[in-house]
Design a protein around this ligand. Sequence first.
Ligand SMILES: Cc1cc2nc3c(=O)[nH]c(=O)nc-3n(C[C@H](O)[C@H](O)[C@H](O)COP(=O)(O)OP(=O)(O)OC[C@H]3O[C@@H](n4cnc5c(N)ncnc54)[C@H](O)[C@@H]3O)c2cc1C
Length: 451
Amino acid sequence: MPLEAPRDSTIAVVGDGFGSTLIHTTAMYLGFRPEDVTIYGPSTTPIGTYQQFATNLGQTVLRSESESHFLPADWPTFAQLNAYSHRDVRYLWRSIKRKYNPGVAEIMTQATVVARDLGWDACRYPHRVGWLQRVTDGQGRRWFQLFDEQANPIGRAKHVALSLGHGPLAFPPLLARAREDPRIADRIVQGYEAKQYLPQGRYVVLGAGIASVNEWANALDAGAKVLALTRNPIAEEQDLNVPRCLFESRGIDAFQRLDFDQRIAYLGSVLRGTHPRREGWKAKVQKGQAEGRFDALIGEIDQIEPGPAGLRVHATSQHGEDPGWLDVTGVVAATGFDKNALAIPLLRRLIEHYDIPMVGPRMRLENDCGVPPLDHEDSRLMVMGLTANAVVPNGDTIHGLKYAARRFVADCARAEKLRQRSFPSRVRMQLHLTRRAAAAMKRVEKTTQLA
Ligand SMILES: Cc1cc2nc3c(=O)[nH]c(=O)nc-3n(C[C@H](O)[C@H](O)[C@H](O)COP(=O)(O)OP(=O)(O)OC[C@H]3O[C@@H](n4cnc5c(N)ncnc54)[C@H](O)[C@@H]3O)c2cc1C
């Protein structure tokens, strides 16, 4: 049961997704008490927001590797846990070969068990946060006063983590305008929205990243035809959204030694659309090609109107012959989220009110993801997730969130001079959660590996 009344706490997490459970778990592991942590948000489970997107996309395995999981300590890795719970050593072999991807069902089971066992929901105040005010108490201690979206006070916290998830879905401007035309609006969808493919349909799928490849497979599975339309020739293969070295703490530390502008330039070069090599998908695409149901075109849509098949789209190319006019049933834009920090209402208010420095669409965060000028050692304000990827390049992954959560909770423990949980007690907690997760995962059907 969530909290019924607001309360003051040492740590507040604004947002009730993956980031919140990783901070909560780390805090409990380190020795904070349940009453020290308050999570703000209306979701009844920390996996809800991600799971809705994953369902819409038809995602069955994570991009992440074996070390990205929800237990407080890294060992056992997820492949080891899955191998144990399903009595299948092949997961270990795949992991050694870097061809293991946790199944969505299995890892969501693990996340649910950990959150439930550690009392995530009992620490949650089920309201959205609309505003944060920096305040100082009678003893000169710094706090944040939190308000809900109706401007009611909903508790104070010494340290606040903002884990707000993604901004709004992004559409190319032409498609955003076309979605306002009621004749064709429902034929233009985003990869992360719910959708249905007609078996006789012909669909343009924009982009060549992981979400697009997922949609190629979904449409082909439904019996439909796919026209994969990319602005540029398809990018080289890269299975994760940043190079693998940036998925390790040492890689992230090295990245943080670059100055802010160098980091932005580096991210610009590595955060290309990624085209992951997954044997399962490759086989589907090859079969689709052989059946005349899959075609890849290079071009960009510059006109769109109603047509006999539902839509007529016109595409031009900067790399050779124009695809021209195409009659299609629908368009799927796998074009991700609006990454501008100003697109998230709470961040926008904070940026404007507190004059938070910006570099283009990003906040100029400190190396510890701190938000200047509000962040102080004795009262931290940090951001995690996609909005922090200029500091943690893989910020929008379980691994990146965990990296940020651990550093944040350790900073809070130092600031509060926390008496930390003893080593044997931590080991007991880890083993208990491991056993519980393994028992629950055993009952989950094995997910087919795609790599
Ligand atoms: C389709 C898809 C596939 C992905 N695949 C992978 C993968 O394979 N591997 C991987 O590591 N990562 C993956 N990710 C990324 C991963 O889901 C995110 O990194 C992670 O969910 C971000 O955690 P978060 O807590 O910041 O946000 P979320 O989990 O999105 O949760 C944020 C929550 O905060 C709530 N909220 C927002 N504003 C407020 C407010 N003002 N007050 C209170 N609550 C608020 C939202 O309603 C939401 O419930 C994927 C993401 C998507 C969309």
